[in-house]
Design a binder for this molecule. Structure first.
Ligand code: TYD
Length: 209
C-alpha cells in the first residue's frame, strides 16, 4: 500500500461559520479514506489556552496585546508539546485538522493592532509548520450572527454583527497577504452541511497521496 502522507489542515472562518461541524465531517471522511486523523483547536485546552478563554469570558481583564501574545504562546505549545502536539501527531502519521490556526490571529488580532506585528509574532509558528491548506469557510456575517444568537446565552468578546463583518474583512486582508506563499481555499459556507462538506472534500481529496 502506498505510504499515506498525513495532512495538516487549518479550518478558519468567522464565529458561527460552522467550523466545528465541518471539522467532524472532514475527520470522518479522512478516516473513511484510510487516513487516521484527529481534530484539535485553538485556543487549546492548555493552561495558556485557558487564560485566553478566561479573558474572553470576562473572568480575567487582559489587554488585547496581552491576548495576542498568549495566542502566540498557545500556538507554539500546541505545535511543540510532546507526546501529543501537532508536530508529534504528524510525525506519527496522523493527520491533524486544526479548528483555527495563525490565520485567525492575523484576522482577529490584526483587526486591533498592526498586522505586521501579528505576522512577526507568528513567524516562529509559520516556520515550524505551515498547514498544507487553510480552508476558509465563508459565511455571510448576518447568517453567522443569527446562528450565534440562537445558540448561546452570553455573547463572547468579538461577537457582534459589526465585529463579525470587520473580522471577515480582516480575514480577506490576511488571506491576501499569504496567498502567494500558502495554499488557501475559500469555501462558500452558507449552503447545507452536506454542500459545505462536499466543497471541502473537493479541495482535500486532491491532496491525499
Ligand atoms: P471559540 O470558543 O473556540 O470560538 P469558535 O467556536 O467560534 O471557534 O473561541 C475562539 C475565539 O478566539 C474566536 O472568537 C476567535 C478567537 N481567536 C483569536 O482571536 N485569535 C486566534 O489566534 C485564535 C486561534 C482565535
Amino acid at each position: 500500500m502506498a505510504h499515506k502522507h498525513p495532512l495538516f489542515i487549518a479550518l478558519e472562518g468567522i464565529d458561527g461559520s460552522g467550523k466545528s461541524t465541518q471539522a467532524e465531517r472532514l475527520c470522518h471522511r479522512m478516516k473513511e479514506a484510510g487516513y487516521p486523523a484527529i481534530i484539535t483547536r485553538e485556543p487549546t485546552g492548555s493552561p495558556i489556552g485557558r487564560l485566553i478563554r478566561d479573558a474572553f469570558n470576562h473572568r480575567l481583564d487582559l489587554d488585547d496585546r496581552v491576548i495576542a501574545g498568549l495566542f502566540v504562546a498557545d500556538r507554539l505549545h500546541h505545535l511543540l508539546a510532546r507526546p501529543d502536539g501537532i508536530l508529534a501527531t504528524l510525525e506519527n502519521g496522523v493527520s491533524v485538522i486544526c479548528d483555527r490556526y495563525y490565520l485567525s490571529s492575523l484576522a482577529y488580532q490584526g483587526a486591533h493592532m498592526s498586522l505586521d506585528w501579528v505576522m512577526q509574532a507568528n513567524a516562529q509558528a509559520m516556520d515550524l509548520r505551515k498547514p498544507d491548506i487553510h480552508l476558509f469557510l465563508d459565511m455571510p456575517p448576518e447568517k453567522a450572527m443569527a446562528r450565534i444568537s440562537g445558540s448561546r446565552e452570553a455573547l463572547e468578546k468579538y461577537e457582534s454583527l459589526a465585529n463579525l463583518s470587520r473580522v471577515r474583512e480582516a480575514y480577506r486582508r490576511a488571506m491576501d497577504l499569504l496567498k502567494d506563499k500558502e495554499r488557501i481555499a475559500v469555501i462558500p459556507a452558507d449552503g447545507t452541511e452536506e454542500e459545505v462538506e462536499a466543497g471541502i472534500w473537493s479541495r482535500i481529496s486532491p491532496l491525499l497521496s
